[in-house]
Design a protein around this ligand. Sequence first.
Ligand code: ADP
Ligand code: MG
Length: 252
Amino acid sequence: MTLLEVSSISRSFGGIRAVDEVSFALAGGERVAMIGPNGAGKSTCFNLLNGQLRPDAGRVLLAGRDVTLMGPAQKFRAGIGRTFQITATFASMTVAENVQMALLSHHGGLWNPWRRAHRALRDEAIGLLEQVGLVPQAARAAGVLAYGDLKRLELAIALANRPRLLLMDEPTAGMAPAERAALMNLASRIVSESGISMLFTEHDMDVVFGHADRVLVLNRGRLIFQGSGEAARADSRVRAVYLGTGTTSGGH
Ligand code: ADP
Ligand code: MG
C-alpha cells in the first residue's frame, strides 16, 4: 500500500530551485534513503515533508489525505514523525519523564479528561525505553546522557507519537562510526517491526546500502534516480554526480 505520495513538489529560494519537481512514493513499511551531494536539496525536501517549509507547487498525500500545506504540528499529528533535527528533550527531566511528556501530548494532553492514568503512561514510556534499550537510564536526567543515548531518547520520543512515517535527516551526524551503525540498526529494526515507513538521508554509504530498501538520488534539486542500492551504484547518472570519488562508495 502506498503511504506517502509526493507529486512534483518544488521550492525555490531566490533564484535557486532547491527542490525542482520532485515526485516519488513510499510504501507502508518501506525504508528509503535520499542521497545526493551537499546542496542537492535533501534537507529542503525533508522540510517540505515535515511542514517546516511549504512547497511553491506540487502535492503531498499521506495515506490518501492531502497534507501539502499542513504546518509541523499538524503533520506530526497526521503521523509524520521526525527525529534528530530538533532537540526535543528537556535536560532537567528524567529520561522516563521525557517520554511520558511525549505520550501525554500524543494522547491528548493534560486537559483531556480521558487521558491515561499516570501509571499507564509510565508503563507505556518504559515499553518505549525498552525498545530503544534505555531502561537502565530511565531515572537519570536527560541532560547527563551521552550523545548516543540522547539520540536513542529522541527516537523513543518520536515513536511515542505512533508515526506512520519517520523522517530522519542525517540522523547519525556527529556520531562515531560504531555508534552510527548501532543507532541505524536500532531505528531500522524498530520501523521494520512496527510497519513504520522511514525516509532518511545519510552520508555514509554503508549505512545507506545497509538500511535502504530503495534509494532516491537528488542532484541540484532534481530527482535523477530511484531504484535499488545495487542499481544506483551501477547507474551512469548517479556515478557522474559522485565523480571525484568515481563511485558511490565514499561520497556524500
Ligand atoms: P542538502 O540538504 O542536500 O545539502 P539543502 O536542501 O540544504 O541541500 O539546500 C539546497 C539548496 O537550497 C542549496 O543551494 C542551499 O544553499 C539552498 N537553501 C537551502 N535552504 C535555504 C534557505 N533557507 N534560504 C536560502 N537558500 C537555501
Ligand atoms: Mg542537508
